[in-house]
Design a protein around this ligand. Structure first.
Ligand SMILES: CC(C)(COP(=O)(O)OP(=O)(O)OC[C@H]1O[C@@H](n2cnc3c(N)ncnc32)[C@H](O)[C@@H]1OP(=O)(O)O)[C@@H](O)C(=O)NCCC(=O)NCCSC(=O)C[C@@H](O)CCCCCCCCCCCCC(=O)O
Length: 718
């Protein structure tokens, strides 16, 4: 709702009241309509201030309402009524003015903001555009280039930047509300014509067409198939070239095409998934809201390779005092050089003069004896990690948490090597660890709820999307990646080329296809893991069936040929040299694949894009269902957040589990059955029991899956 109060000095104060972000729900909109009406009718009211309760102006339209039929007073005429008032209206922007919240403020005659308030039009991140006049008023106020930037990226800006762009009239470090109230009294009687943005011309440079065309090219490239950014440019073109009323009609027309699109649904689902994963639950019943966490202020990182360096920087950026340990002298001296520069650069990127935390370097494990939490980031080798965990258990204070950055090894085994298994947990970061948002928090069977809560909380402080997952080989992300890459390798055996597979995946929206990705991360990473698992190496028969399953030795053979990817200048593609970044097709790979197929009597066939996509994605999705079935992820949102934030899954497709729902669970099942019949030796194509159960239950919406999984588990049907 919204409250109305008449304050001394004849100022009407309208307060939006809908915690926690004062979203513009139907009740709030109705409240504003009534309060505006009172302001019009009451002769005692000489000016109006609009603010939000609890120091938060407004988080925009109520996103939850978009899932059902829209009711209540619409926003566009409401904002027009405010703009048309002949009494001055001032927006007092504290905390945030986002989306419809900023559009409401743009309908006011003046805007006063706190310097640290967040302003922006993030609709594009929800698959929408600012359709309450935002695409028409903002370019009239801040100019077309600034509006293009803000509306197509959805980025938030501070009150200070908003002042520089002319979006607000004044900023303060004190109370924006107090200043707004005083200001509102002082401007009674001033003419308002120039303050009504809809009546002003758009502020455009002379070469509008040229600017918009160039911008559209960039936006299409960045969007990777997302519709909303392109529609935003369309709406801004209308603002620049048409009178306001026509521009507004175009804005609405474009919004109508987006509003019910699968992409908008996917992006809104992704918004809520990100929040759902913070509300973690463990199979034991421990939850985010019934478990206390410890606040960590001192931490250590052991091993200063790429991952360790990034983790140390991420911890320092979160205000931690970090001890960075590396026993190899060369690596330590490199880290001493690189890490402070990384820290400074990242702090600068976040608008800080210096990082809030500090990092000290040393070469001895004894130096971590006093810290509260240790993150091990040494080489991915179980024997090495076990030895380290034994040492840490002896060296550290009894209540120090011991965490491993392993990307898939057994956390329970590491915990068993210590005298404190309850304090052991996995913290699986993604490279570069100071930039990538995802953190898999791997809960071992003996990890205590307090340990999990503490690490989840720490992840949040580090700005990560932390997802609690179970302890199984590869955890969630890498476990699902395995059948996906395996399937891509099988496709090469059957006749596809790496660039063909990559093109299909990139057109789907991944920033990189599986082979380009593999070249980037290094083919030797998986090779080492497969060697450790006894799947390849000296003495292993070079057949296409290993350990009872179809196996493609292609990636092993690439490694044996010294083609490790970008680092050697050759992999699935060729590069300008070691460390090169630009991938080019390599005739060597064609010859290599031809020879391989000939050796194994495999006839190359033409493989359609549809088959490539279905086999890669559905095998990954099927593994996701198995993960849910095994209880290794609490719900589909967890898997989807992992894939969106850690594996480049296009956000406008929600995540793999959401995508399965969009395609139709019955269709995914049917396709898996089809490919399984064709390739019965490929275990990951065998449809999971949970997928079958969901289809049998009538393919309920994704929001209902948790409930069904819980019910089926109780009845031991999974
Ligand atoms: C605001 C934040 C930055 C706050 O972050 P913080 O970290 O402090 O907190 P949380 O993110 O954890 O959030 C707390 C809590 O609040 C929930 N929440 C946040 N924002 C909203 C919201 N806008 N609506 C609903 N709920 C919200 C959040 O989910 C948490 O609750 P939970 O229970 O999950 O813990 C941050 O939250 C944030 O970034 N929020 C989103 C801000 C945003 O994106 N705003 C824009 C919204 S879209 C919009 O405003 C659209 C406008 O342009 C209006 C358009 C006019 C509409 C016209 C429609 C007509 C079209 C009809 C076409 C029909 C066609 C046809 O059918 O034919």
């Amino acid at each position: 709702m919204a409250t109305f109060s008449l304050l001394p000095g004849s100022v009407a104060l309208i307060t939006l009241t809908n915690p926690p972000v004062n979203a513009l729900s139907a009740a709030v909109r109705a409240g504003i309509v009534q309060a505006v009406q009172r302001s019009v009718e009451d002769p005692k009211v000489k000016s109006v201030v609009i603010c939000g309760q609890n120091g938060r102006f407004c988080g925009g339209a109520d996103i939850r309402e978009f899932a059902g039929p829209m009711s209540g007073p619409p926003l566009v005429p409401l904002i027009h009524a405010i703009e048309a008032l002949d009494k001055p209206v001032v927006a007092a922007i504290e905390g945030l003015a986002l989306g419809g919240g900023l559009e409401l403020a743009l309908g006011c005659h003046y805007r006063i903001a706190h310097t640290t308030a967040l302003l922006g039009l993030p609709e594009v991140t929800l698959g929408l555009l600012p359709a309450a006049g935002g695409t028409q008023r903002l370019p009239r106020l801040a100019g077309l280039p600034a509006a293009l930037d803000l509306i197509t990226t959805g980025r938030h800006i501070s009150g200070t930047e908003a002042l520089e762009l002319g979006i607000v009239d004044q900023v303060t470090d004190g109370s924006a509300l107090d200043i707004a109230l005083e200001f509102a009294k002082s401007i009674v009687g001033r003419p308002l014509n120039t303050r009504r943005l809809s009546t002003l011309p758009c502020r455009c440079p002379t070469d509008i067409d040229n600017l918009l065309d160039r911008f559209m090219v960039q936006v299409r490239q960045r969007a990777r198939g997302a519709l909303a950014p392109v529609a935003c440019v369309g709406a801004l073109r209308a603002a620049a070239t048409l009178p306001y009323a026509q521009g507004l009609r175009k804005e609405r027309e474009l919004m109508d095409t987006l509003f019910n699109s699968g992409q908008a649904r996917a992006l809104q689902y992704a918004f809520f998934s990100q929040r759902v994963v913070g509300k973690w639950t463990l199979p034991s019943g421990a939850r985010w809201d019934n478990t206390t966490s410890r606040t960590i202020s001192t931490a250590a990182v052991i091993g200063l390779g790429t991952m360790g360096r990034g983790i140390a920087v991420a911890l320092a950026l979160a205000g931690m005092s970090v001890v960075a340990v590396e026993t190899q002298e060369k690596q330590l001296s490199e880290a001493r050089q690189m890490v402070p520069a990384m820290l400074q650069r990242e702090a600068g990127r976040r608008g800080l003069d210096t990082a809030p935390g500090v990092i000290s370097f040393c070469s001895s494990l004894q130096d971590v004896s006093e810290v509260e939490l240790v993150i091990e980031a040494v080489f991915e080798d179980m024997a090495l990690k076990l030895q380290l965990f034994r040492q840490l258990s002896a060296v550290c204070k009894p209540d120090t948490l011991l965490c491993s950055n392993t990307s898939g090894l057994d956390i329970d085994q590491l915990a068993a090597a210590t005298q404190r298994p309850g304090l052991v947990v996995g913290m699986h970061f993604f490279a570069p660890a100071h930039i990538m948002k995802l953190l898999e928090v791997v809960c071992g069977t003996r990890s205590s709820p307090e340990t999990v809560a503490t690490v989840m909380q720490l992840g949040k402080r580090m700005g990560k999307v932390s997802v609690a997952v179970g302890n199984c080989p590869g955890f969630v992300g890498n476990r699902m990646l395995k059948p996906y890459t395996e399937q891509a390798n099988f496709l090469l055996e059957e006749g596809a080329m790496p660039e063909q597979v990559d093109k299909v995946l990139e057109e789907f929206g991944f920033p990189m296809g599986v082979f380009r990705m593999s070249d980037l991360s290094g083919l030797d990473v998986g090779w080492r893991i497969r060697k450790a698992a006894g799947l390849t190496g000296p003495g292993v028969e070079p057949t296409r069936t290993r350990q009872g399953r179809r196996y493609s030795p292609l990636p092993d053979q690439m490694c044996e040929a010294g083609r490790l990817g970008q680092k050697t200048g050759r992999g699935w593609y060729q590069y300008d040299g070691p460390g090169g970044r630009v991938a080019r097709s390599d005739p060597w790979v064609q010859t290599f694949l031809d020879a391989y197929r000939a050796r194994h009597n495999l006839a190359a066939r033409v493989i359609a894009a549809e088959e490539i996509l279905e086999r890669c994605l559905y095998s990954l999705i099927n593994e996701g269902f198995k993960i849910l079935q095994d209880g290794m992820a609490a719900g589909p949102e967890d898997i989807d957040a992992i894939y969106v934030f850690g594996y480049g899954w296009p956000r406008h497709r929600g995540g793999p589990m959401f995508h399965a729902g969009q395609v139709g669970l019955a269709r995914v099942l049917e396709k898996l059955e089809h490919y399984q019949q064709l390739h019965p030796d490929v275990a990951p194509m065998k449809p999971s029991m949970l997928l079958r159960r969901l289809v049998a239950a009538g393919s309920p919406p994704i929001q209902k899956w948790r409930e069904l999984i819980h019910r089926e588990r109780v009845h031991s049907q999974l």
